[in-house]
Design a protein around this ligand. Structure first.
Ligand code: ZN
Length: 139
């Protein structure tokens, strides 16, 4: 079994910025030399998350709308009371979404559906430089 690590660098706008990273993950897998296995994408940071979606503007707006209902930006957060960084909502949203996603691949091809893209969401309340880790395990 091989383990290959790749990084994806992103400059985000923050504020529930939704970024399609499918092509970067696919390219990390194809360059890894690993044919069959699992690619785990992980963000180190507690205000970002990963999932899949049909990546189109309507759904991108829906995600923003419903994350706002789950953890409203102007809600009251103990985190903000303690740290005064104003991003309590971002931490709560990120915790619900989770910091990683695993996608199987065969013949170096991600086994995603046609209408299924990998997205990174930056919930923080300011632009961020992010580094996603793609950890590729397989043969
Ligand atoms: Zn914070």
């Amino acid at each position: 079994m091989s383990v290959v690590s790749k990084k994806i660098k992103l400059a985000t706008k923050g504020d529930t910025d939704i970024i399609d990273v499918t092509s970067q993950v696919a390219s990390a897998v194809s360059k890894s030399g690993v044919k069959n296995g699992i690619a785990t994408v992980f963000v180190s940071g507690s205000t970002g998350g990963l999932t899949t979606v049909e990546y189109e503007p309507g759904l991108a707006q829906d995600l923003k709308t419903y994350f706002e209902k789950i953890a409203p930006k102007t809600g009251r957060y103990e985190h903000n009371e303690r740290w005064h960084d104003g991003n309590g909502y971002a931490h709560v949203r990120a915790s619900f979404l989770g910091p990683s996603l695993s996608v199987p691949f065969n013949n170096a091809e991600l086994q995603l559906g046609t209408w299924q893209q990998i997205i990174f969401i930056d919930f923080d309340n300011r632009p961020r430089s992010r580094e996603l880790l793609v950890q590729i395990l397989g043969d």
